[in-house]
Design a protein around this ligand. Structure first.
Ligand code: GDD
Ligand code: MN
Length: 405
């Protein structure tokens, strides 16, 4: 690598082979996911060159076959300079999975992840690297909120969303980070390899994913920086990414034992229960209906609400539209009515066999939800049964990929 000076270690130079090995040993790999960033790539490369100076570094761009030709631009640089690499993925989308695959593609002992759009300040990378080395830290997070950091030009709405995500993420990571949503951080390769098999891999929040996947407390440090405005192009973050975060949180909170889709389905069911109770109260107290009628209608309203919310969120990759919405709703009503019947009968029989009412009631709910989930995913939404298929179907470009452009 021409632009990286060889470490002048006399002992190493004594053996040619060792010197060559040292020459190739990298201090830092910067993994940069890209999607439609053609104007930003050259800016980022020169900014990184300047910021990283004498360090032995490489940049691993992971491009998801950007329609604007970002891949071709990176390729031009990569052909001239071995320190600039391109990992191109075809037929795939996803920020987290891009970062994971980029990190797996390098053998540098320290790996940084940053956006291509110049929003993250590359000048703090050497400081982040120094902190990681000095203090035996696993992960150093570039923080927008810490001292010396700032949120820059962020809309109030974006700030609110960010704040909400932050609270949820802190709970999942079991750590105190002022900016767990950060997309700018640096970590030891050894730590990454420790958690890589447990990563969820979906969505935007690779840092949260890594921290929540660790079996031991993570040694963390934060370095503040000034969040800059985007130079070119536009953000790809949208509501879909919020939903993806929900899936990540669900899978981490349930320790990956329960499929995240089932966890989200149950969460929707719990919200449906609140709707049911509100509806029941209204019909009984205000409209003076009989209990049986009120209970029946409340269940019907809650089921219908659950159907639409599940269609939008839980099965967003397989949403029913048009006439399939009607047949789907009918099959969901049928499945859930049977689920409710099974729930009550099972709980009643447990109660009669002497089980305390709390345990009997809870067992009925578990049976009913598992039934509802299984039947509705097999018939109403007809989703793949194996988790590997599930990941594949979530990764496939969505029909509304146009909105990303
Ligand atoms: N390969 C690949 N595939 N790259 C992607 C994809 C994808 O599907 N979607 C986005 N990217 C790239 C973008 O090109 C950019 O380099 C980076 O990922 C971040 O995307 P932005 O669209 O700029 O996201 P943002 O600015 O709204 O949010 C980012 O910054 C936040 C603050 O640090 C993300 O990193 C968030 O996770 C982070 O919270
Ligand atoms: Mn950005």
């Amino acid at each position: 690598m021409m632009n990286h000076p060889i470490e002048s270690n006399p002992r190493a130079l004594a053996t040619g082979l060792h010197a060559k090995a040292l020459e190739r040993r990298l201090d830092l790999a910067v993994v940069v996911p890209t999607f439609n960033e053609r104007e930003n790539v050259p800016l980022l490369i020169s900014a990184l060159r300047e910021a990283l100076g004498d360090l032995r570094w490489e940049i691993v761009f992971v491009d998801d076959d950007s329609p604007d030709g970002t891949g071709e631009i990176i390729d031009k640089f990569a052909r001239r300079d071995g320190a600039i690499r391109l990992l191109r993925r075809v037929g795939r989308r996803g920020l987290s999975s891009a970062c994971i695959e980029g990190a797996l593609a390098t053998s540098a002992s320290v790996i940084a992840v940053m956006d291509a759009d110049m929003q993250h300040d590359e000048r703090v990378l050497p400081l982040m690297l120094a902190r990681l080395r000095e203090e035996g830290i696993d992960v150093v997070v570039g923080t927008r909120n810490a001292q010396g950091g700032s949120m820059g030009e962020f809309s109030a709405r974006r700030r609110l969303l960010s704040g909400m995500g932050q609270r949820i993420s802190s709970a999942v990571c079991r750590c105190e980070l002022s900016d767990p949503m950060s997309g700018f951080f640096l970590f030891r390769r050894s730590f990454f390899l420790e958690v890589v098999h447990r990563l969820h891999g979906g969505g935007f929040k690779i840092l949260v994913d890594m921290l929540a996947s660790s079996k031991r407390p993570v040694r963390l440090a934060e370095v503040g920086y000034q969040f800059r405005g985007r130079v070119h192009g536009e953000s790809k973050l949208d509501l879909n990414n919020g939903i993806e975060l929900l899936f990540l949180v669900a899978s981490k909170l349930t320790g990956d034992v329960i499929p995240s889709r089932f966890a989200v389905f149950s969460l929707v069911g719990a919200v449906g229960l609140i709707t049911h109770m509100l509806c029941l109260g209204l019909l009984l107290r205000r409209l003076h209906w009989s209990f049986n009628e009120a209970q029946g209608v409340a269940a019907f309203v809650a089921m219908t609400e659950n159907f639409f919310v599940n269609n939008l969120i839980t099965y967003r990759d397989n949403s029913l539209r048009g006439s399939r919405l009607v047949t789907g709703l009918l099959s969901f009503w049928l499945a859930c009515s049977f689920g409710a019947w099974a729930n009550v009968s099972f709980a009643r029989s447990l109660l009669q066999s002497g089980m305390p009412w709390i345990a009997a009631g809870a067992a009925g709910i578990v049976l009913g939800s598992v039934w509802n989930y299984t039947v509705s995913s097999l018939f109403t939404w007809q989703t793949p049964r194996h988790s590997a298929d599930l990941v594949a179907s979530q990764e496939r470009p969505q029909p509304d990929a146009e909105t990303y452009r």
